[in-house]
Design a protein around this ligand. Structure first.
Ligand code: AMP
Ligand code: ZN
Length: 115
């Protein structure tokens, strides 16, 4: 828990969110400003500021984060048509919230390369 972290406050329930999934180590909620018909953020409950700062102790957690995201993607009906996962890191990556998060984007055709 980081006192000045928006997503830690969401996990703690101090800031409301539209919850999709929660277990002892992962929380998922709808993005407040969706960039696609389905836009869900999947985050570890442990405060990791960015994916680049994950360490060997987070290896299992990161694997489970993606597997939980897969379950959510299936539940959201995204598996057949496909979808996109995004993890932004740092300034050039476009990261705006310093708590590791996996974006699930789906429900429309994605383009490449990203802007
Ligand atoms: P990033 O730019 O990768 O750091 O993604 C941060 C995401 O958090 C953006 O897509 C924002 O729309 C989203 N976001 C910011 N504040 C909230 C909030 N209070 N509830 C849900 N999503 C949020
Ligand atoms: Zn945090």
């Amino acid at each position: 828990m980081s006192d000045d972290c928006l997503f830690c406050k969401i996990i703690a329930g101090d800031i409301p969110s539209n919850k999709v999934y929660s277990d002892d180590e992962v929380y998922a909620f709808h993005d407040i400003s969706p960039a696609a018909p389905v836009h869900i953020l999947v985050i570890p409950k442990n405060h990791i500021p960015a994916v680049i700062e994950a360490g060997s102790q987070d290896e299992g957690l990161l694997g489970r984060l993606i597997l939980r995201a897969n379950e959510i993607a299936k539940q959201q009906g995204l598996a057949d048509d496909g979808f996109r996962y995004v993890i932004n890191s740092g300034n050039y990556g476009g990261q705006t919230v310093s708590h590791l998060h996996l974006h699930i984007l789906g429900g429309r055709q994605m383009t490449w390369p990203p802007g």
